[in-house]
Write a protein that binds this ligand. Structure first.
Ligand SMILES: [Zn+2]
Length: 496
């Protein structure tokens, strides 16, 4: 059974659901004013693995991730670009979906947008006002945090400390409208000619936090089995979601709170002003999205993940960590290709037991993921598994080599488990390996056509028994990082 760290209790505890074998999971999604950055990639891959793992363990999952398509940042960016806010949000929502698919994240069952849930927001805010938890002030509506029992229990903050901290950051007009500096906006009035909606309290836009309370309830009910998001959302976003929801419904909002660690770039917070900001679209031309995916799994999801980069010779940045991850994904796909290349006539019935690292891999992977989704240990188990598959392939490919049918079947089952649990290794191996190779060749300044021509020249030289010329071609290619692999039927190539 899955045990997962719960931010509310500070303990790793069993993930228990309200309904047997059904997990209701809500994750805070993106604010769609720009392309997804590498921190988004990390966050949403983590929850993707959570959902995959639950499903692989036989549980049905209702996975909801919202799209924040109403926000001041969208308005600001749209104004700068001379675009309608709605058009910008739609464009970025589409791009986000494409990027998540490229990273091999499963599509959530529902991706509600704030702009489709205004009525629900009016209803919940009205309830909060009626129950005395919120008040109208000059076109705004504020939530009264002192009315919410236990406010601050997720983040461990004390209300009086927060109030003292908040007072310095408020703008004058807002500060005057609030009864308490710690109160937060449920609805924000806006000038009539500004992007907005007609609420019972006048023209304006919803506050940020209310949307998640409304959309999660609309899609999954009043109590979630698990609510997830980045560590930066614990306060104030999730704290405020709890206050709103529990004051409105009288029910526990979420039974389990999961938070993932930050992403740092060269040891600093990623930000545009520091010049260390990378969208996934900046990285996709340099590396396979699946390599980025594996790289994000190289540290525990609760720990900070460091993206390090250095300036490459040609001026484009180099990411050594992702380069290393790409080697690992390459190894994964070349192993899968070797396995599928085992000729049927080499398969034999055998009474030999299936090697431990082959047969036990799916269970071993499940075990480490059950322990607070330990993906680095999952990758270590994968490495042992791939080694075992390669040993099996070595046996099958030797002279008069044979492979036990049961071992080959176990190897295939291992790859199925790997894709189901971690979303790794599920693409076409040949296409993947060719893309990586051709991209690497491009970096070395050579084209696949050039290499193919050299291979043809070498075949011709060998046909004429001019072995010196053939060897010279091999060496010429080797100097450029091209390695040739001769088989009885063809010559293939890889980049070192
Ligand atoms: Zn949220």
């Amino acid at each position: 059974m899955l045990r997962i760290q719960d931010t509310m209790t500070g303990e790793k505890r069993p993930f228990e659901t309200q309904e047997k074998n059904l997990a209701k999971v809500y994750v805070c999604g993106p604010t769609v004013y720009d392309y997804a950055h590498i921190g988004h990639a990390r966050c949403f891959i983590i929850y993707d693995v959570l959902v995959r793992h639950l499903r692989a363990s036989g549980m049905a999952v209702e996975y909801v991730r919202n799209i924040t398509d109403i926000d001041d940042k969208i308005l600001k960016r749209a104004k700068e670009a001379g675009e309608e806010p709605r058009a910008l949000a739609d464009r970025m929502t589409t791009a986000f979906g494409e990027d998540m698919a490229a990273l091999r994240n499963v599509k959530p069952d529902e991706e509600p947008r704030v702009s489709d849930h205004l009525e629900g927001i009016y209803a919940m805010v009205t309830t909060l006002i009626d129950k005395g938890h919120a008040y109208v002030a000059d076109g705004d509506v504020y939530f009264s945090v002192r009315s919410a029992e236990g406010y601050g229990r997720l983040s461990g903050r004390k209300l009086d400390d927060m109030a003292a901290g908040a007072s310095g950051r408020l703008d004058e007009a807002q500060a005057q409208r609030k009864k308490d500096p710690a109160d937060f906006a449920l609805w924000k009035g806006a000038p009539l000619d500004e992007w907005g909606w007609e609420s019972p309290w006048g023209h304006g836009r919803p506050g940020w936090h209310i949307e998640c309370s409304v959309m999660s309830t609309a899609k999954l009910g009043e109590t979630l089995d698990l609510h997830g998001g980045g560590l930066d959302l614990v306060f104030p976003h999730h704290e405020n979601e709890i206050a709103q929801s529990e004051c409105a419904t009288g029910k526990v909002f979420a039974n389990h709170w999961m938070h993932n660690g930050f992403l740092e770039v060269n040891g600093e917070k990623m930000s545009k002003s520091l010049g260390n900001f990378f969208t996934v679209r900046n990285l996709f031309p340099l590396h396979e999205p699946e390599s980025i995916r594996l790289w994000t799994m190289s540290v525990h999801y609760r720990a900070p993940l460091g993206l390090n980069f250095e300036d490459g010779e040609d001026g484009t940045p180099r990411f050594p960590g992702i380069e290393e991850a790409e080697r690992r994904v390459e190894y994964l796909y070349s192993t899968r290709r070797r396995l599928s290349d085992i000729a049927p006539q080499r398969l034999v019935d055998s009474s030999e037991p299936v090697p431990e690292d082959l047969g036990a891999f799916p269970a071993a992977l499940k075990l480490v993921l059950d322990d607070d989704l330990n993906m680095p240990k999952g990758l270590a188990a994968m490495q042992d598994f791939l080694k075992a598959v390669n040993e099996l392939c070595d046996k099958a490919q030797g002279k008069k080599g044979k492979a036990a049918k049961a071992a080959v079947a176990a190897a295939h089952a291992g790859f199925v488990a790997l894709d189901a649990e971690l979303g790794l290794g599920g693409q076409d191996p040949v296409a993947f390996l060719d893309r990586v190779r051709d991209r690497r060749a491009g970096k070395a300044g050579i084209t696949p056509e050039y290499v193919e021509q050299k291979i043809a020249d070498r075949v011709a030289a060998r046909a004429e028994k001019d072995f010196a010329a053939a060897d010279a071609i091999r060496e010429e290619l080797a100097a450029k990082g091209v390695e040739l692999h001769d088989s009885p039927t063809a010559t293939t190539w890889t980049m070192t």
